[in-house]
Design a protein around this ligand. Sequence first.
Ligand code: SF4
Length: 456
Amino acid sequence: MPSHPQLAAEFIENKDRAHWHDQSLWFVRSKRDKAVNQLPEWELLREQASQIKQHTVSDLPNLLEEFERNATARGVHVHWARNATEHNEIVHGILKQHNVSRVVKSKSMLTEECHLNPYLERHGIEIIDTDLGERIVQMQNMPPSHIVMPAIHIKKEEIGELFHEKLGTEKGATDPQYLTEAARQHLRQKFIQAEAGITGVNFAIAETGGFVVCTNEGNADLGTSLNKLHIACMGIEKLIPRAGDLSVFLRLLARSATGQPITTYSSHFHGPAPGQEMHIVLLDNGRSEISGSDEFRRSLNCIRCAACMNTCPVYRRSGGYSYSNTVPGPIGSILGPARDPKENSSLPFACSLCGSCTDVCPVKIDLHHQLLTWRKEIRIKGFLPFSKRISMKMMSWMMQAPKLYKLSGKMARWIVPKLPRFLLYNRLNDWGKQRELPEFPKQSFREWMKENHDKK
Ligand code: SF4
């Protein structure tokens, strides 16, 4: 699989798109800042959320069993899946049992993680994503590039072309209202025809056995109320202990994600409606292993708000697809290597360690510290590329030899300004592709100190 730098290079080749992507996400980040600044108790909420999540993860087995007991008492069928294969088989089994061939699904990154859509399609089941952004990328046969705004990388002109081809809209149409109405009519038919609805889960409550799904389009409600079968797919870390904890997370989630005070729909499910059947599939897929790690346990606090992506200077400029991981950005660069450190070995390096992700994270995950720890792990596991290994070795060797360091600095200050430009800026120098070297000083800091300070 190509590494993050290779895929990022493809994305930034289209300079206009890269710039526009960066600006769009920065706009969302700024909206988040405004919404956050209106809440004097923001830091208190973050601290509460962090503590609730840490408590939940430390007592996860008991709380999950409590959730199962209470959900079952409400008439929900609870299933346990160790991995993506088991998850998909369970979902398929339920659909088969009910002779379902058409399903609508509201946005769920967990089903993306399990590649549920292609799995069900291979078994002859039509599965339609009903979140507008997700439907757009589904029509392109692509995964979401962002966990909250799946089609943030696509321009309205491209959506116009796609809808013209797939939905028969007017050629060249770019009016967002017209295109949204076309998607609405198209999806309305799919909602009516569907025989089952699949949703994700934002928060599941151990105390009550209920769960909450947050959307801005109301598609989770429509997808689950027009038919008789509802399957909710949930990662085991989505649990919170008490119903009272919900208010903390609902206040944090939408503000962090899009700068809204709350998502337009926070749909509460507490057992099946009369005549309906409800299933919930609890997926582990490596989460238990993460919960046993002192360094990475806190990554399970994540409520998938995407604030860390919107603020990340690397994500904004390199796009979601450059991560080749269901969840991109800073949190994805932690979860990806936890799943497969070799395959995702370049991700922890897709980071400037600026710490902005840690600052905005509503559940206080120490993201940039975990990314740094992953770099160390990747080096220990021997997954660093040869070029990086050798350059780091040379740098460490030079840093440990003060005389050599001094001499190299002197030579660089003397030689580099005299070199012709083509020797400095060429395809071997990735760093110089978008940057100019600063002017070299005449003397080193050590020499300057000697001259200006030591004399006094
Ligand atoms: S790591 Fe924090 S900021 Fe990033 S998606 Fe998760 S909760 Fe949001």
